[in-house]
Design a protein around this ligand. Sequence first.
Ligand code: KIV
Ligand code: NA
Length: 264
Amino acid sequence: MKKKTIATLQKLKHEGQKITALTAYDASFAKLFDTAGVDLILIGDSLGMVLQGSDDTLGVTVDDIAYHTRSVSRGVAHTMVIADMPFMSYATPEQTYANAAKLMAAGASMVKLEGGEWLVETIRGLVERGVPVCGHIGLTPQSVHVFGGFKVQGRQQEKADQLVASAKALQQAGAQLLVIECVPTSVGKRIAEAVDIPVIGIGAGVHCDGQILVMHDMLGVSANYMPKFSKNYLAETGDIHKAVEQFICEVHEKKFPDAGHSFE
Ligand code: KIV
Ligand code: NA
């Protein structure tokens, strides 16, 4: 099997097959997820919470993400690797390009940025310079202090329409993948249908093109609180390998997320 790329994910979307994704931060878990057949690994800035024990993701640095990206990429043979651009690392074009270059050099094949229309120029500039981009909308944790907490987004019609417009704008700017976090199931569905690029959901319902979970949450070992949309697969299976296989299987069969792990 060859290395999975954005073309692999695009093909899965067009064939109506669900995409599986997990976060990872080290070579050992990356290898385990890779061997199990996970399509995509994200070195998320969630590492600020699950590795560093912070209450949010704001203190994570580009060097933190680069360090873990190097580790993950050494553990991976097939799985596509995406690295998060942390808080304020894409505030100006100069910062954006220098920081994205660090993450690509560390082994990422795409970078992820949080935000809507305001990122259009940033995304265009990155893609023109050879850096593929994944967008991230809905609950964007780097803006937790703007939201006043980790809250479900897009509950009102007007807010939902805004999210759909953002998804289209990011695709138009050149984003090739999109993460949508913590929105009602109906909004996840609208967004996945509104764009051609694959839409990976977390707390966004079963109609997204794929699902991602933070690995510590799906193993039930996070130092932080467990979000409602996450599921402890280790408790169910009693074995880390089986937990990952069960997650993959339930995503493929559209059994995860069920109503109990989604928002209406
Ligand atoms: O940082 C992270 O782990 C993420 C995922 C939850 C999508 O951004
Ligand atoms: Na993140």
